[in-house]
Design a protein around this ligand. Structure first.
Ligand SMILES: Cc1cc2nc3c(=O)[nH]c(=O)nc-3n(C[C@H](O)[C@H](O)[C@H](O)COP(=O)(O)OP(=O)(O)OC[C@H]3O[C@@H](n4cnc5c(N)ncnc54)[C@H](O)[C@@H]3O)c2cc1C
Length: 489
């Protein structure tokens, strides 16, 4: 995956020492007064990082009655975010790969609270959850407060449109499963107007040219030539190829896909040769790649570039940059980066509150203690941080229970294990870092595809363990044998 925000910012790295404990008098007092299991660690955000952390802490602390682990998420189910482009294309049925938090919590020793965090009260050590409404907008559950002794924020990121005119109104984003499903529905609706000889009722169809199969094509513009944009383009092409088997005369070329990148090449974090090979593979699929193409604005029918060119596109997807969710910015006095990410030290503690941790996409963390570069917003990094935080917090709570001074928190250094780009079932490419000298190896083809798939399998193993993951893989295979390769509803 691409490195999404490489803006250097210096974090005040206050060293954590045994003389400067993380534990506050508040925490020791709470443990003295309350039953052991009432020490509350609240994790907000059950995504790539937060769910792995809740699972580990639930197993190591929750099950032993040493702490109450509470996971809060705005959705009742989890779907690994790197799968969202497949959900949008319909090549993955999200219902088959989702995980229900309540059931998972029961089996792994943590508790689940369904709700969206919208505020923080550091003085009272409480988070504030928004009121919940039904589909008519009527309030069903009022605003709630939830106590914590330690708080971990892992709420991920949202797309950053940099205020580009028309983007909020006319583009789709891949920020959540719901948005991916809406994009999928848009596509199905537009395609419905093209099958079985259907033509527009009045006037020329502005965006359409005639595709080689004789039906009007649909312009799709994907803004952002990073991994998300490139993978989505290939996945959409694959989806059309699959759909052509069910809904003639739809053809792979029915979608006229253009990837727009402001820089002079796509996939900037990857070696140039690899990015070139990926561009060639896309061109081979008739996917246009426009570089030095800075988007100036959008309207319902087109994308307008800063150099005056116009790209007709009925469907527009914005996949160029991220920022932290708006509610997080300087929340109750915590320090934020200019893109809204919370500034954290290498211990993953926020710079102004030792009892609040943040990690994953929502945190600006130095790549190693003292570094000016941030950890990239990648599932790989969220996973590494979750592992470190699980170790830190288990040691911390165990020490509290043994009435010992908790040991200093370990610091995090980012290890880059490489980047992989999947061009759907066609091919994959990327780099793997390994060996004693951490050399980078270029990989392509089926081996790269295998490595790409294994990333998700590793996430599943962290959540379910090896045996359940093997059963899930088998179930998945069986489902694929009995169902169409494309979700068409
Ligand atoms: C299409 C796509 C493809 C990608 N491919 C790759 C890849 O191949 N490799 C890679 O390393 N990375 C990839 N990424 C990036 C990767 O998905 C993120 O870096 C990673 O998911 C970040 O993990 P996280 O735990 O910080 O946040 P997320 O996984 O985004 O989880 C955030 C969680 O917080 C919850 N939440 C948000 N706001 C609130 C709130 N206010 N209250 C309660 N809950 C809340 C959300 O519901 C969600 O469950 C991809 C991203 C996209 C969009």
């Amino acid at each position: 995956m691409q490195q999404r925000n490489a803006q250097p910012t210096k974090v005040n790295e206050a060293p954590v020492t045994a003389e400067e404990p993380v534990v506050s008098t508040h925490q020791t007092a709470r443990l003295a007064q309350e039953p052991a299991g009432d020490f509350r660690i609240v994790i907000v955000g059950g995504g790539a990082g937060g769910l792995e952390l809740a699972t580990k802490l639930g197993e190591r602390l929750g099950r032993r009655g040493l702490a109450r682990i509470i996971l809060v998420d705005a959705n009742p189910t989890h779907l690994w975010k790197p799968l969202l482009h497949e959900v949008a294309a319909g090549t993955l049925n999200s219902y088959q790969d989702e995980l229900g938090y309540l059931g998972h919590a029961k089996h792994h020793g943590y508790r689940f609270q369904f709700g969206r965090m919208e505020g923080l009260d550091r003085a009272r050590r409480q988070i504030i959850l928004a009121a919940m409404t039904d589909d008519k907008g009527e309030e069903v559950v009022g605003r709630r407060r939830l106590d914590y002794d330690l708080l971990v924020l892992a709420v991920g990121s949202i797309s950053n449109d940099f205020g580009t005119p028309g983007v909020r109104e006319h583009a789709r984003f891949l920020d959540s499963r719901l948005e991916a499903e809406i994009l999928h529905r848009d596509l199905l609706i537009l395609l419905a107007g093209r099958v079985d000889g259907a033509t527009p009722d009045a006037g020329p169809d502005q965006d359409s040219q005639t595709a080689p199969g004789g039906i009007p094509s649909i312009g799709v513009a994907i803004v952002g030539g990073g991994a998300t944009g490139v993978e989505l383009a290939a996945e959409l092409h694959q989806a059309m190829e699959d759909l052509s088997r069910y809904a003639a005369p739809v053809k792979a070329g029915t979608l006229q896909i253009t990837v727009l990148e402001a820089a002079d090449r796509i996939l900037s974090p990857l070696p140039e040769r690899l990015a070139f090979n990926v561009s060639e593979a896309l061109r081979h699929l008739n996917i246009a790649v426009l570089t030095k193409a800075k988007v100036a604005s959008m309207d319902a029918e087109s994308v307008h570039l800063a150099d005056g060119r116009t790209i007709p596109a009925k469907i527009k997807v914005w996949a160029a940059g991220i920022k932290a969710p708006a509610f997080l910015r300087e929340i109750d006095g915590l320090e934020s980066h200019r893109n809204g990410q919370l500034l954290v030290r290498s211990t993953l503690q926020t710079t102004r509150d030792d009892a609040i941790f943040a990690f994953g996409d929502c945190a600006w963390c130095p790549q190693s203690p003292g570094s000016d570069l941030p950890v990239p917003a990648r599932a790989q990094a969220a996973h590494q941080e979750a592992e470190l935080l699980a170790k830190s917090l288990v040691r911390h709570v165990e020490a509290l229970h043994a009435c010992r001074q908790p040991p200093p928190l370990p610091t995090y250094s980012y290890s880059d294990f490489g980047s992989l780009i999947s061009l759907s079932r066609y091919t994959a490419a990327g780099t793997l870092m390994g060996g004693v000298f951490r050399k980078s190896y270029l990989i392509e083809g089926w081996f790269a595809r295998l490595a790409y798939i294994s990333l998700y399998r590793m996430h599943q193993m962290a959540l379910h363990g090896i045996w359940r993951t093997l059963i899930l893989i088998l179930t998945n295979r069986l489902q694929r044998m009995t169902q169409p390769s494309l979700k068409m509803h």
